[in-house]
Design a protein around this ligand. Structure first.
Ligand code: ASP
Length: 404
């Protein structure tokens, strides 16, 4: 009952935010601070939440065999769904062909471009931190996840007395973090008013871009995201996990709306963990493993978007990509989505990985910049939805009984 209420509160907040952003554009700073404060509160709890959640989850899984099995299933799910998403995008962009005849004059500079590393070997290397305190301080997710899995595992390897002490400590820590999360969740509607009013005000005079080829490009991405979120993923959880997609979607309403409003899977993670555990009924053993990793690695929406965007840029420059090169786009889109951080606009910058792999001009990113914010909101929602579907699928395969 309480959850349903919050869900309605958020929807009302979204409507207020859109009206505010459209009609009180000059007064957005009066509400945008609420969004900033909400985001800061979410970011504040991410590191301790991931740390305690993964350590307690892995320590409770216990032996290496179970952990390995869970890891394998998780990665199989991530790769399969991302691949489905990319193929959906590829088919649509080839049918709709939004880039043919696109106006290259729209091109604008992309300041973030200089900051890209785009080197995936480097990302794997960075999973092993040289200094865990540095990694914690800079919220380096993959490094923190890797370290937490190791600590959780080795807690089960020490003598009984210490094992119990550490397990209790991290279980307790996790409970405290979840209580804090509940507290912050209460402010979601206010945070969303602040965040969305800001975006609407910013984008209000961008509407002309929606006419013409950018509109078609957006339509291709959005249609792909809709197919993936409303058909592919529900079919997977319906037939593989035997979970009711509608009930699960309802259980996930708060994190999904938050993902949409914040454009960040990582910032949404505390709410995702809460909803998947408390509303869908997945155990902490599974969520603590699947969700933090998913928020960083599993991005179906981003993968689909990467593929459509790269193909759009190729079409706009009049470069015909052969079947082989399109397969390179598919593979690099997968890698780019894995490498993208769960923060706003991370996916946009990662397109450079694909563009350089198939020899397209990096400046092409400037073509799609204008509409990126809206697409970011939508792809982030699909990213979080896929993570949550992964959690229920894996929980079911582990024999858990769920509430959905
Ligand atoms: N904003 C997305 C996320 O956090 C990443 C992206 O830019 O595609 O999931």
């Amino acid at each position: 009952m309480l959850k349903l209420k919050l869900h309605w509160q958020i929807l009302i907040a979204l409507v207020i935010a859109v009206i505010y952003g459209l009609f009180l554009t000059d007064y957005v700073s009066y509400v945008s601070w609420m969004g900033d404060l909400f985001l800061r509160a979410l970011r504040m709890i991410i590191v301790p939440l991931i740390l305690t959640s993964i350590i307690s989850g892995v320590a409770n899984i216990g032996d290496a065999h179970n952990l390995g099995r869970l890891g394998l299933k998780t990665f199989a799910y991530y790769i399969t769904t991302s691949f489905f998403a990319i193929i959906t995008g590829l088919v649509l962009v080839n049918i709709i062909q939004p880039g043919i005849g696109a106006d290259l004059g729209l091109k604008s500079e992309v300041p973030e471009l200089a900051a890209t590393s785009g080197d995936l070997g480097d990302i794997i290397m960075r999973m092993v931190p040289t200094n865990i305190f540095d990694a914690l301080a800079s919220a380096d997710m993959l490094a923190i996840i890797f370290f937490s899995i190791l600590i959780g595992y080795f807690i089960t390897r020490v003598n009984e007395k210490h094992k119990i002490m550490f397990t209790d400590f991290f279980n307790g820590g996790f409970e405290v973090m979840m209580k804090l999360t509940h507290f912050i969740i209460k402010f979601t509607p206010l945070g969303i008013i602040g965040l969305v009013a800001g975006v609407v005000a910013e984008q209000a005079d961008n509407l002309t871009n929606l006419i013409g080829s950018l509109g078609l490009y957006m339509a291709a991405v959005l249609l792909g995201l809709i197919i993936h979120a409303f058909i592919t993923l529900p079919l997977i959880i319906r037939f593989v996990a035997k979970v009711n997609p509608r009930l699960h979607a309802r259980a996930m309403s708060v994190p999904l709306l938050t993902a949409f409003s914040t454009s960040s899977s990582s910032a949404t993670l505390p709410l995702t963990l809460d909803a998947v555990e408390n509303n869908s009924g997945v155990s902490n053993k599974v969520t603590s493993f699947v969700l933090p990793l998913g928020a960083t690695v599993n991005m179906d929406g981003t993968a689909l978007y990467e593929c459509v965007a790269a193909m759009f840029i190729a079409q706009a420059y009049g470069i015909e990509l052969s079947f082989l090169l399109q397969m390179v786009v598919v593979m690099t889109a997968l890698l780019a989505s894995i490498g993208a951080a769960g923060i706003p606009m991370a996916g946009l910058v990662m397109i450079t990985v694909i563009l350089s792999a198939v020899g397209l001009p990096l400046e092409g990113i400037g073509l799609i910049l204008a509409v990126d914010r809206i697409l970011d909101m939508c792809r982030t929602t699909v990213n979080v939805w896929s993570d949550s579907c992964g959690a229920v699928t894996i929980a079911k395969s582990e024999g858990e009984t769920l509430k959905v």
